[in-house]
Design a protein around this ligand. Sequence first.
Ligand SMILES: Nc1ncnc2c1ncn2[C@@H]1O[C@H](COP(=O)(O)OP(=O)(O)O)[C@@H](O)[C@H]1O
Ligand SMILES: [Mg+2]
Length: 231
Amino acid sequence: MTMRRVKFGVEGLDAMLLGGLLERSICALVGTYGTGKTTFGLQFAYEGLRQGEKVIYISLEEREELLRATMAQKGWDTEAFSDRFYLLKLDPTDFNLAISSIKSELPALIKSTGASRVIIDPISLFEGLFEDASDRRREMFRLIEVMRDEDCTLALTSETDVANPDGSKYGLVEYLADTVILLRYIRSPGLTEVHLALEVVKMRRSAHSREIKPFEILQDQIMVYSEASLF
Ligand SMILES: Nc1ncnc2c1ncn2[C@@H]1O[C@H](COP(=O)(O)OP(=O)(O)O)[C@@H](O)[C@H]1O
Ligand SMILES: [Mg+2]
């Protein structure tokens, strides 16, 4: 395990992570709908592309054309990276195909492409394919074990649990991941707007920041207000 850092590509967040994610580590971005999981995932992908890396983005939710349109709207020239950006949409309703794609084809694709960043957005749709909780746990442990052998840094997004908005939908990724970033809405009595805030709740082998920082999703970037405090 190296201690080299991989920049996430979101300025204030990289500072909270002491420079970025640890190379070859696994990061979970946990938040409910609209908190920016996909936006963070795309930003992480784009940072890799900017640095000349090969990147795989597995989308279980949004269609490829829409993700490309989102990237274009941000002013990113995805055409320029087309030879090293692998954007794949999986249909989560096709149980066998989605499972075999992620379990066996993804590791093969990482090896054949030499991708150093992989994003699965959202992993909770993959987890939801398993009706039985023990099957789900076993398959997630296996997937994570397989991914740990790959020479890449992995970002997984997850929806939250209905009963616990600070936890992932199935309560597994926060245990399996090395880093957990929680994205939340802040609704306080004095505020007339809903704000977004993020926190690094876990980062193995790092004395990371535990602050809760407000952020905004702008047209072309994510702004984390490092100096601002919500309290
Ligand atoms: N171009 C944009 N300009 C401003 N805000 C945006 C833009 N694109 C997305 N957003 C904000 O981000 C939210 C969606 O973020 P998204 O990353 O899709 O969330 P999630 O994947 O967690 O559901 C939208 O609800 C909107 O508030
Ligand atoms: Mg999303």
